[in-house]
Design a protein around this ligand. Structure first.
Ligand code: ZN
Length: 218
């Protein structure tokens, strides 16, 4: 049987071990390299099977170049989501990005999408497919455009820039994307998303009360 001195010693040892573990965790957190990545477009046409079709055999034998492009990097950042993806996009017709978002939804990641009410309905838009799959989509009710292009992964990583989520923008335009995990900046975008998500809550739907078509205002 342990005497009271031994119990005290045991307690003290457990405390010291817990303290050491906490110190190591804090140290590792502080030493973690911040994520600061810049992706420029247009991206070359490359194989995206490794990201979008992990079920297919490797190595892939298709004729596309198997090198890393900005699109591959973007897909990988999106697909790193484990809990949530909050997406605010003006125009969304890229099949690659559409598949990535559907994959996340199928994996059980909570996906929420805010879209522009005009552009979500254009030919080739992925928004209808996302809705059909059961993903929550809300859209603006304003005369101005919902012109944001950002994604927040797990409320920790921000992906934002000029890039519309279209094949034309990805493979034809000069565009940029920043990928950051700065907590202050990410939080600002998380807050903006939550603000818009509530603003565009369908229970308060009041679509263009004056009958103004915003396309006519361009
Ligand atoms: Zn391939």
């Amino acid at each position: 049987m342990l005497c009271s001195y031994s119990w005290k010693l045991l307690g003290l040892s457990a405390f010291v071990v817990a303290l050491s573990v906490e110190c190591v965790v804090q140290l590792l957190r502080r030493r973690r390299k911040p994520l600061r990545e810049v992706l420029f477009f247009p991206a070359g046409v490359t194989c995206t099977d490794a990201e979008l079709h992990p079920e297919r055999p490797v190595p892939c034998t298709c004729k596309l170049p198997h090198v890393e492009s900005s699109l591959n990097r973007l897909l990988r950042h999106l697909l790193s989501a484990r809990q949530s993806l909050d997406l605010c996009v003006f125009s969304f017709s890229s099949l690659h990005l559409g598949r990535a978002v559907l994959m996340l939804h199928e994996r059980g990641v909570r996906v929420r999408v805010i879209a522009d009410s005009d552009y979500m309905a254009v030919s080739g838009s992925q928004i209808g497919w996302l809705r059909k799959a059961g993903i929550s989509v809300r859209h603006d009710q304003d005369t101005g455009y919902m012109h944001h292009k950002f994604a927040v992964v797990d409320k920790k990583i921000l992906i934002t820039g000029s890039l519309n989520w279209t094949s034309q923008a990805i493979q034809g335009n000069k565009e940029n994307i920043l990928v950051l995990d700065d907590t202050v900046i990410v939080q600002a975008f998380v807050d903006e998303f939550e603000k818009l998500w509530e603003l565009y809550n369908p229970t308060t739907y009041n679509f263009f009360p004056n009958g103004i078509n915003k396309v006519a205002l361009v």
